[in-house]
Design a protein around this ligand. Sequence first.
Ligand code: SF4
Length: 223
Amino acid sequence: MEIMEKSEEDYLMLSGIQHFSFCKRQWALIHVENQWSENLLTVDGEIMHKNAHNPLKSEKRRDRIATHEMSIVSHKLRVVGKCDIVEFHRDDNGVNISGHDGLWRPYPVEYKRGKSKINDCDRLQLCGQAICLEEMLLCDKIEEAAIFYGEPRRREVVALTDELRNQTFSMIQEMNEYYSRGYTPRAKWKRGCRSCSLQNICLPKMPDSHSVKNYIRESLVED
Ligand code: SF4
């Protein structure tokens, strides 16, 4: 995959893949136009996210090490982010970890509020994390990872297939292209708009609401 050259300060947030798969315009409003608005769902999600680390915090096993809030980067994808938890499972095909004997296979675990979703947004983010870890640790392909859902409190195992990897690559490529062009897609009303935290900024029912900046600029000119 070819992604345009840009400096590291312009690397995209990997977590934005969630917004992008929900609505490309929502992602662009947040990451291209720097608009943000909190609603109950997002605030609740953040609290869940912070508290969700507890289940594994005290977990200590001889064959498993858990690292919290690990910063990640991929120069190939031009993204940065954080893994909620990276477990390292003892494995002969793993990598060295400083201060620990043996070899360890990375296994990212992401925490999410609510239930498993019909769309692939959580799995795409997780796959992006695995691609970052593979690049950083120079390890073999990470075949499997997991998402811990708040409702019910359980782990869903995710197979990081070639299909999911290709989907992740092309979505991040598209995000990079939008960002380089400063492009915000036009609004299109859909069911998801009702729960969207940016509804009042996006104005999806207004004709031609392609850019909040343009809307504000045009309003000022009219005044
Ligand atoms: S209100 Fe609808 S179109 Fe606008 S950003 Fe949200 S989901 Fe996208």
